[in-house]
Design a protein around this ligand. Structure first.
Ligand code: GLC
Length: 551
């Protein structure tokens, strides 16, 4: 058994609600995914990470689970799921499930019991506290707005919810909770799934003192220092590893809000006692500040480079990196880090792909990224569906912290809905996503940007991704080469080398729309592995040009 099969794999993320609707109800579903597996196979990805498909009242699109062993009705049935899994395995694709166990839905049986009385058998499955002076137990703000505590009149206590009030946090200190989670995971493993992406797993152990947080966004106290990387998190993950993970041949990635390099070395240690890798957030959190993530600020290359290089070099030999620009919580990469104007969209999408896929780690592709899908830029609040965006719009504008127009600009830049518009399959009505009315508007640029057009154009972003994925299989240096940052003062170019034995692979990406001087490729004898330009200029990288040369 090759334990590290996931090191030369590429993971494709599907957000089922927006991927493909087979039933015509306007909501993507499992059969829609099954119908498109050959597309993912053609791209060359090996593993599919599926955002949650479990039963859920959908307060947070499936990240609020009311039954871990049932499929959400809108998505289909367990038979559909089994058929999908078999179809993946027939094609040599592996399946990673989203494991959301920091919290459940408030409609989960455990919580409905827990709420009944102070002495219910399930009371201790969640985090209940007495109020303080007639108020919440502390000043923590929830990630989706408002207080992180919800008052329950019936039992005169508050429960903790780090996200929406319909997502009560599980109490991992309770051994029974851990047992339930491990049993449920085992059930999925026995069904044949190949791994887990663990939702906000860094938050499962809280500081038992529950102190007030620093009030930094003008609304509530910041709970992060007391809920991220808490006192028992590694203990719990080691237990999970012993009880479940080590018994199967899985790939695991922990979504680790607030993770530092030091913490990542523990979560993703090479002894394999916890997880295989983590998602860190430093490169997506560079912008933002006073109002949390809500800003229209553009990323500075200097800061981006510092973060990416740090993760590359400091995990070397200690832990394995995950590599991503995009997922269902982030705006579209080409809009955020590249340039989505028609002239530069494809070039900059390819440049970003080069930059990421040639680094050390396992790359993730979020549905639509491989055809260069862009932000939706919805102008009206009515078009947004995401609970985080809607609550933030309400909270910040009602309190007069950001005015409505400015807040719409912020949503256009960073709302999660930018990534959640339907997958653009072709230029027919609703981009071929549904025969009905889509649950969220399709990006109006679908007649131009869609899978069908990409597959017909040998020069498309799609085929470029396909080539990058193939390179990972063909060149050991892409998987194992040691990373070193180059041109670290350059304002436009992000460059690095990877070395393995006698080989040296040079990667340079121009992040700007201007020509930029670059003498890296002047030495003789290299073999160009990939570039988004057919012709190069001596001593220059053209706008958004990316080049990879092997010496
Ligand atoms: C993670 C998910 C996000 C979700 C949140 C709460 O960050 O990626 O979509 O809203 O956790 O489960």
């Amino acid at each position: 058994m090759n334990k590290a099969w996931w090191k030369n794999s590429v993971i494709y993320q599907i957000y089922p609600r927006s991927f493909a609707d087979s039933s015509g109800d306007g909501i993507g579903d499992i059969n829609g995914i099954t119908e498109h597996l050959d597309y993912i196979k053609e791209l060359g990805a090996d593993i599919i990470w599926l955002s949650p498909v479990y039963q859920s009242p959908n307060d947070d699109n499936g990240y609020d689970i009311s039954d871990y062993q049932e499929i959400m009705e809108e998505f289909g049935t367990m038979e559909d799921f089994d058929r999908m899994l078999a179809a993946m395995h027939e094609r040599g694709l592996k399946l990673v499930m989203d494991l959301v166990v920091n919290h459940t839905s408030d409609e989960h049986r455990w919580f409905m019991e827990s709420k009944k009385s102070r002495d219910n058998d399930y009371r201790d499955y969640y985090i209940w506290k007495e109020g303080k002076d007639g108020r919440e137990p502390n000043n923590w703000g929830a990630c989706f707005g408002g207080s992180a505590w919800e008052y329950d009149r019936e039992t005169d206590m508050y429960y903790l919810h780090c996200f929406s009030k319909k997502q009560p946090d599980l109490n991992w200190e309770n051994e029974k909770v851990r047992r339930e989670v491990f049993d449920m995971m085992t059930w999925w493993c026995d069904k044949g799934v190949d791994g887990f992406r663990m939702d906000v797993i860094s938050m499962i152990s809280k500081d038992s003192a529950y102190p007030d947080g620093e009030a930094d966004n003008g609304l509530y106290g910041n709970m992060s220092p007391y809920v991220c990387n808490g006192p028992h998190v590694h203990e719990y993950l080691q237990e999970m590893n012993r009880e479940v993970l080590s018994r199967y041949n899985l790939v695991t990635v922990g979504e680790a809000s607030g993770v530092t390099i030091e913490e990542a070395k523990k979560y993703a240690n090479l002894d394999d006692t916890e997880l295989n890798m983590v998602f860190q957030f430093e490169h997506t959190d560079i912008t933002g500040g006073k109002h949390g993530k809500w800003t229209t600020e553009r990323m500075e290359l200097k800061k981006l480079r510092a973060v990416l290089n740090k993760w590359q070099t400091e995990l070397e030999g200690k832990a394995w990196n995950s590599l991503y620009w995009d997922n269902h919580d982030q705006p579209r990469a080409v809009s955020r880090f590249g340039n989505d104007a028609p002239l530069y969209r494809e070039r900059s999408a390819k440049m970003l792909a080069t930059c990421l896929h040639m680094m050390k780690g396992t790359p993730y592709i979020y549905q639509g990224e491989e055809i260069g899908m862009t932000n939706a830029y919805f102008k009206r609040i009515e078009d947004y569906r995401d609970i985080e965006s809607l609550n933030a719009f309400r909270d910040y504008t009602e309190k007069g912290l950001i005015d409505e127009e400015e807040m719409i600009y912020c949503l256009q830049a960073v709302s999660r809905d930018n990534a959640r518009t339907p997958m653009q399959w072709d230029d027919s009505r609703h981009a071929g996503f549904t025969a009905g009315t889509p649950w969220i508007r399709v990006n109006p640029n679908y007649p131009m940007i869609n899978v069908k057009a990409a597959l017909e154009d040998p020069d498309s972003v799609f085929y470029y991704y396909q080539k990058l994925i193939r390179m990972r299989k063909e060149y050991e240096i892409v998987v194992d080469g040691i990373f070193k940052g180059l041109l670290e003062e350059d304002e436009n170019i992000y460059a690095y080398e990877r070395t393995l034995d006698e080989k040296r692979m040079l990667v340079a990406c121009n992040f700007s729309e201007h020509e930029a001087a670059c003498s890296l490729f002047e030495q003789e004898g290299g073999e160009e592995l990939i570039s988004n330009y057919k012709f190069h200029k001596t001593g220059i990288l053209q706008p958004y040009e990316a080049r990879v040369v092997l010496y």
